[in-house]
Structure formats: C-alpha cells, structure tokens
Design a protein around this ligand. Structure first.
Ligand SMILES: [Zn+2]
Ligand SMILES: [Zn+2]
Length: 311
C-alpha cells in the first residue's frame, strides 16, 4: 500500500512538472520552406518539373525557413528572412495560437541571398515595418548597418537589430531559448550560424547551410544526440547532380555522405534527422522519388512544407 501511494505521489509530481513546464499551450515549430536559396522552380531551369511549376505555381515550395509559435503567449518567431518572406510571415501569423501580424523576432543565419533578402519586404517600398526585431551575429549586423539597401531598414527603424554572440543563449519569448552556433561556410559577407532552439519540452537543431561535416569543429553525432529533432543541410543528393558546376566550389555535405556518416548511429538518432535547404536539382524535392525512398529507408526524413513539431 505504501509503495502504491509513493508511486501515485511520484506520478502526480511528474505530471505537475510537465504541466508547469508546458503551461498548457503548445510551442510549435513549423517548416515554412525546404528549398535552397534559389528556390524551386529555379531561375533558368527548363526541366519539365520547373516548367510545370512556373506555369502553374504550387503553393508548397518555398526557400528554407522555420516558424515558431508559442500558443500560450501568442508569440511568433521566424528563422531566416527568405525571398518568400511575405507568404511565410502570413502563414506564421495564421498558425493556431499566433497573435498575428509581424513576427516578434527574425533570426538570421548568414548573408547569403536566400537567407536575408526577404528583409527588403519590411522596408519603405513595401511594408514599412515598425521595428521588427532582427537577431544577427556581429558581422551580419555590421553588414546590414553598412550596406544599402539594408542600411535604410536600420536607419528608418523598419528593423531593430538584436545582437547575438556565438554560443550565447537569448530568449525567443518567455519559453524558448535560442543559441547561435558557428558553422564553417563560404563567409564572404558574414559569419554563418545554425541555431539550437530549446522549447519547454523538446529541443531542435537548425543547420541549413554548412560545409562538409568534417570541417566542423563539433561532432555532428554529439550535437544531434543533444537535441530531439535536427534540420540539417541537405542541399545536394550526390556529386553527379550538378554536372556543369564544379562541386568543389559549392561545398555542402551531400546526402549520400551524411547517410554514410549516420549509418552507424542508433536508429533513434537517425530518426531525428530532417534534411532541408534542397537545391532545385535535388530529387528529394519530390516525395515520391527514389532519392526520398533512400532517405526514409536509412531511417531519416526530409523536411516538408507544413510539417509541425512540438517543442
Ligand atoms: Zn543557403
Ligand atoms: Zn549560404
């Protein structure tokens, strides 16, 4: 009897703990895009699938971005400011529990076109936004402050730059902690970061753009082990994909390389992986492709527009 009482007590304490952490409303990550900077369909692409999408645009292909909504407070955040930002902010605001309107913050990863160009939509020629907080690392912030047309967004207070430092955690609202993590990448205009996004119950890793995993000072396996879900650079499936471009100039971890690296991982770790930032040549864009089948058979996933994950 005493054991039973103790068990009931510990169960109710555990339940209280969960409720205290969770607060009742969900914190949700939503995939608002999974394409590489150039988008899909891609400029200059005359393949049949691109032609069909240019002629009859589908509504589910956008450049890589994540939305974050705290349904308890209504707070909403965006990771990446892509060329598709107008629709992505609309969809974020439409999410259940979101307060609507503009994001309470936009987290930038780096100064490559597909990851920040959407900021232009907040400027004088478009929304004329009022002080949208934009979280940026030091070089990224300096790039925005000192180069037109972005500097005008700062001067007119369309955006309000919130400084980030590597490995320094900031709050995204009351219940989510965000930590920028430096990653190796072509850093012509800014440093590049990924993010660890820690909700009340679960944590996500977001690394849309990186050179080969072997160039990273950190262990990918350890970083994935430390989280519950990982959105990782899946730009190219394999080396044969680009043909006319020198793959050495465009270093990314190919899907086949990542799968080989992860083959020795426990199944539960592989199950956390969702590939994103897919180039228009990557057959993973097609959920029915053999490439997608290979990723699923390997125990991993492809991030799809509209996917929801509780944090
Ligand atoms: Zn990119
Ligand atoms: Zn990049």
């Amino acid at each position: 009897m005493r054991c039973l009482l103790l068990l009931l007590l510990s169960l109710s304490l555990a339940l209280c703990d969960v409720l205290a952490q969770d607060g009742g409303g969900e914190v949700t990550l939503v995939v608002l895009g999974n394409a590489q900077d150039g988008g899909y369909p891609h400029i200059g692409c005359t393949r049949e699938d691109c032609r069909n999408l240019f002629l009859r645009p589908a509504s589910n292909h956008h450049v890589v971005a994540l939305g974050l909504v705290d349904a308890e407070s209504g707070e909403q955040f965006l990771f990446e400011a892509t060329p598709d930002l107008p629709r992505q902010t609309f969809l974020l605001a439409e999410e259940e529990g979101a307060h609507g309107g503009m994001p309470d913050g936009i987290f930038l990863t780096h100064a490559h076109w597909g990851h920040y160009a959407g900021l232009g939509s907040l400027g004088r020629e478009s929304l004329g936004a009022d002080g949208v907080p934009v979280y940026a690392m030091p070089q990224m912030a300096e790039f925005l402050r000192t180069n037109g047309p972005w500097s005008q967004l700062v001067d007119l207070n369309n955006i309000d730059i919130q400084p980030l430092e590597k490995d320094q955690t900031v709050q995204a609202g009351q219940r989510v902690a965000v930590t920028p993590i430096r990653v190796p990448h072509r850093d012509e205009f800014s440093e590049t970061v990924g993010y660890r996004i820690q909700g009340p119950n679960r944590t996500a890793l977001f690394i849309p753009d990186i050179d080969k995993w072997s160039k990273w000072e950190r262990s990918l396996e350890a970083e994935v082990a430390a989280v519950d879900i990982a959105f990782l650079d899946g730009t190219f499936f394999d080396g044969a994909e680009l043909g006319h471009r020198d793959m050495a100039e465009i270093p990314h971890p190919f899907i086949v390389e990542s799968l080989a690296l992860m083959a020795s991982w426990p199944a539960a770790e592989r199950d956390k992986v969702h590939f994103t930032h897919l180039n228009h040549t990557n057959r993973l864009l097609d959920p029915a492709s053999e490439a997608t089948r290979r990723v699923l058979d390997a125990g991993c996933h492809v991030a799809r527009f509209g996917d929801h994950h509780d944090l």
